[in-house]
Design a protein around this ligand. Structure first.
Ligand code: CU
Length: 206
């Protein structure tokens, strides 16, 4: 027979694991990097890794706390990550900027990071009246995308050199890339049903 204390500690562990899981938003799949290259010292190019399928925005039914709570109740994804390809730096006096040129209405974006540091979750790219552009340090950047309505979403971005105000550096060429997502409703419910089916199958086999 289990002692009371071991039962209690087991319960605490289970509760802690459950809440820790719920508080950490998921990327939603493998990283899909947007590789940014520089040619001739002035011309930027951006390309999303074609080997990773179109990211799916999902609602896992979790409740996040703190800044991540902006994702609560949404379908979301953070697979897209901006990455510098090769070794290069902006021309002197220039900074790297990423500007959202156009997007499907209802696409929400929040400031991200890497998976170790999930970012500030501040609204970006026009979400909640924010600026359409962000300054980019050039380190891997996985922003959070979210939607409240199922469907297909697209956004077009320009990555370019500019001054501290985001005014494009004369003589430089922006890279352009189109990103796509599919937002699907409540896969969490389907997953629970699937798990129930699995457990039922195990029980039958046992
Ligand atoms: Cu990455």
């Amino acid at each position: 027979m289990q002692s009371v204390s071991s039962v209690v500690s087991t319960l605490v562990l289970v509760t802690f694991a459950g809440s820790a899981l719920a508080q950490t938003p998921r990327m939603g799949g493998p990283m899909k990097h947007i590789m940014v290259t520089l040619t001739g010292g002035t011309s930027l190019e951006a390309m999303a890794d074609p080997s990773v399928p179109t990211p799916v925005m999902q609602n896992y039914g979790h409740t996040y706390t703190g800044n991540a709570s902006v994702l609560n109740g949404t379908m979301y994804n953070a697979q897209y990550g901006w990455m510098v390809e090769g070794f290069w730096a902006p021309p002197s006096g220039s900074l790297l900027w990423i500007e959202q040129f156009s997007a499907t209405p209802g696409l929400l974006a929040y400031s991200g990071g890497t998976m170790m540091n999930q970012g500030t979750f501040s609204p970006i790219f026009g979400t909640d009246g924010s600026s359409p552009r962000i300054q980019w340090s050039g380190t891997m950047l996985h922003n959070w995308y979210a939607a409240n309505t199922p469907g297909d979403y697209t956004a077009i971005y320009r990555v370019y050199f500019g001054d501290a105000n985001g005014v494009a550096t004369p003589g430089s060429t922006a890279g352009e890339v189109t990103l796509n997502w599919t937002a699907v409703p409540a896969p969490g419910a389907a997953a629970v049903l699937g798990l129930g089916g699995l457990l039922a199958a195990r029980r039958r086999r046992a």
